[in-house]
Write a protein that binds this ligand. Structure first.
Ligand SMILES: Cc1cc2nc3c(=O)[nH]c(=O)nc-3n(C[C@H](O)[C@H](O)[C@H](O)COP(=O)(O)O)c2cc1C
Length: 339
């Protein structure tokens, strides 16, 4: 039996596999299944600002109904709710925490500063082990600079991590101009973890029906190279533990991230595609590889191939296809992955 334990957000995990926030972690039966399959921790589906705003709107409307003393005077019914409001979310988080023994991490995506602060505190009060801040909003304002957005996020992180008493992680978009600088600045705000990176719903267009569509946009295995690059570049260079995410499907994918310096990984698409039992398959694959290589614990190889420790100093910085152009076509055919 190998020692797969690790530390992420300052929390001891029995292994590095975290089920990332998704519809699967909004389902108590699935959460129990994942615990049975051996998952190290789970991040519960985010509480979104839209849910909070909708509840505020409903409360205001209910207030108006009461003061008007006649519901008929208000006209249309309350808006439909596809998902639970914040109160249900908080209750549900408590239930999830009671139900399993593994660490439970909450997640929040807000827009306004007051909502971020208010709900970070409310979520922390549910007894969860840590809080992940899901930092992404689609830019709508042409005049706002990237730096001003980053500054606001950093101020918010300082405020939240100084006010709540559980570890905070930030889950980032990969779309910063210089993620290295942003993550380094964020790592000095008191946060305990950084998730590299989130993956968002992307809009599409159905050209027959001539309408916008939002397909379930699952990752593919090759998608993990982006997270691998930044994990390798940031490992041992920031004061924060790294959780890599995006396109992690197999034991090999997890091992690569750990070699590049991740403390843990988050997986979602692989669980949608292969089911929750896939966690057990990944864990036994990691153990088999460790036996083959003679490693007893994750610490034996974690970060051993990050930028600082890699034999190829430029491995994570290379962005152009120079090496490919210099290789002969026969060599490339023979070594498809050796680029
Ligand atoms: C159906 C679905 C729901 C998701 N919901 C959330 C969410 O509530 N909060 C969040 O931060 N990320 C959410 N994500 C993003 C995932 O947590 C994860 O970052 C992303 O899918 C990349 O990991 P993967 O390549 O393993 O899928 C969701 C993803 C999917 C597919």
């Amino acid at each position: 039996m190998k020692d797969l334990s690790t530390k992420y957000m300052g929390i001891k995990l029995k292994n590095p596999i975290i089920a990332g926030a998704s519809g699967l972690t909004a389902n108590l039966a699935k959460i129990q299944e994942m615990e049975a399959a051996g998952v190290g921790a789970i991040v519960i589906k985010s509480l979104f600002e839209e849910q909070i705003q909708l509840e505020r709107y409903r409360n205001e409307l209910e207030g108006e109904i009461t003061s008007a003393r006649s519901a008929e005077m208000i006209g249309p019914a309350l808006p439909d709710q596809d998902y639970a409001g914040p109160k249900e979310h908080l209750y549900w988080l408590k239930r999830a925490k009671e139900l399993v023994k593994i660490p439970v991490i909450g997640s929040l995506n807000a827009v306004h500063r007051e909502t971020w602060l208010d709900y970070a505190l409310k979520l922390a009060d549910t007894g969860i082990d840590g809080l992940e801040l899901n930092f992404y909003s689609v830019p709508k304002d042409f005049s706002k600079t990237g730096t001003s957005i980053e500054d606001e996020q950093i101020e918010l992180l300082k405020e939240i991590s100084s006010r709540i008493n559980i570890p905070v992680a930030v889950k980032l978009s990969s779309l910063y101009t210089n993620p290295l600088q942003v993550v380094q600045r964020m790592s000095k705000t008191g946060i305990a973890g950084v998730v590299l990176f989130n993956r968002f719903f992307e809009p599409d267009i159905d050209i027959q029906k001539m309408e916008n569509i939002f397909p379930l946009n699952l990752s593919k295995p090759q998608d993990n190279r982006h997270a691998l690059r930044y994990t390798g570049l940031l490992s041992q260079q920031i004061q924060t533990e790294i959780c890599s995410s995006g396109g992690i499907f197999s034991a090999a994918d997890v091992i690569k991230m750990i070699l590049a310096g991740a403390n843990a990984v988050q997986i979602v698409s692989a669980l949608y595609e292969h089911g929750t039992k896939h966690i057990a398959t990944i864990l036994s694959g990691i153990e088999a590889w460790m036996s083959q290589k003679g490693y007893n614990s994750l610490a034996d190889f974690q970060g051993s191939m990050n930028k600082l420790n890699s034999k190829d100093h430029w491995a994570y910085s290379r962005a152009q296809y120079v090496r490919i152009l210099m290789e002969s076509p026969e060599h490339l055919r023979r070594n498809k992955t050796d680029i």
